[in-house]
Ligand binder design. Structure first.
Ligand code: SF4
Length: 313
């Protein structure tokens, strides 16, 4: 099954910037961004990031605020902090070159079994397996596994990567999962491994892989207060990101309701009532929201506060 799969990938792969030279640093940055994020969403962030930090040395020498500003909107900011911390270690201990050994890679902040396998196989073309959601879905369907079995999955991934060109086969399985073997409606008639696929033969695509139980959605209602003066707002810094003061209950004060917004973080669904008003200066530092790293939620709150008329000073 691997030859048709790899040939399909060679003909149909998306042309992505890190696939031009497979530079290890570029592959690493792309993999970090693609955790929890679709390729189409990550692409403009990737291009801005690589333009500003074209090498590990550039990233290692960067300030956290600038790195987070470039990451702002992608979410999961711990990824960016880990990437920066790891770049500093690589600059210091490995002469600025991403190591090509599993033990050295896994010792870096933010690098786990998946990430180490992805870097080693895609950047260095070494036979290390990867298992992400796409790989899990494709391999479970091909082998007809109706029950969860992480060990069998990693073993199968390790087997196929040894039997073909590591860089190609790992990307091919992931790409097949992303483009053809989708969760809800796999396009089996276009699939290069259809004849090897047990789920296809038995019509079990919608039963495989078994659906994982998700934690129940938790609704949270918050109150955000945006205090703006002469183009600056009172903001607080939390782990390098800037946000408006938020409360579980609206504090006493001189506020007017401006609007509301919604935001989802993992299984938390936030409903935020946005107020304009004056809040004690002890609650923050005066900042221009467009000059500091802010999350998508903070951006939504600022939009809901609607200060279009307050011109800059
Ligand atoms: Fe997925 Fe269908 Fe291909 Fe099987 S034949 S791997 S279910 S797309």
């Amino acid at each position: 099954m691997l030859d048709p799969l790899v040939n399909w990938f060679k003909e149909n792969q998306r042309h992505l910037p890190w696939r031009i030279t497979y530079d290890p640093y570029q592959v690493w940055v792309s993999e970090v961004m693609l955790q929890q994020t679709q390729v189409e969403t990550a692409l403009p962030y990737y291009e801005r990031f690589i333009k500003e930090f074209p090498s590990i040395e550039h990233l290692a020498g960067a300030g956290e605020e600038r790195v987070l500003a470039l990451w702002a909107g992608l979410g999961y900011y711990q990824r960016a902090r880990n990437l920066m911390a790891a770049a500093r270690i690589v600059a210091e201990k490995h002469d600025g070159k991403l190591p090509a050994g599993y033990d050295e890679l896994i010792a870096l902040p933010g690098v786990g079994q998946y990430m180490a396998g992805a870097i080693l196989s895609i950047a260095f073309n070494k036979p290390f397996p990867v298992v992400d959601g796409n790989v899990r879905r494709v391999l479970s369907r091909v082998y007809g596994w109706t029950e969860e079995n992480p060990k069998a999955l990693w073993d199968a991934a390790a087997r196929i990567v040894r039997e073909s060109e590591p860089r190609m086969v790992n990307q091919a399985v992931m790409e097949l999962g992303a483009k053809i073997c989708s969760f809800k409606s796999p396009r089996c008639l276009l699939c290069p491994v259809q004849q090897y696929c047990i789920a296809f033969r038995t019509g079990m695509q919608d039963k495989i892989p078994p659906v994982k139980k998700r934690p129940a959605t938790v609704r949270v209602h918050l109150f955000a207060v945006v205090h703006q003066k002469a183009g600056r707002c009172l903001m607080r810094e939390v782990d390098g990101m800037w946000e408006f003061p938020m409360f579980s209950e609206l504090p006493a004060g001189n506020f007017e309701r401006a609007g509301s917004c919604r935001h989802t973080i993992t299984h938390h669904r936030l409903e935020v009532s946005v107020y304009r008003g004056e809040i004690g200066t002890a609650d923050g530092i005066w900042k221009k929201p467009d000059t500091v790293p802010i999350s998508s939620l903070t951006r939504k709150i600022f939009k809901a506060a609607d200060f279009a008329d307050d011109s800059d000073a």
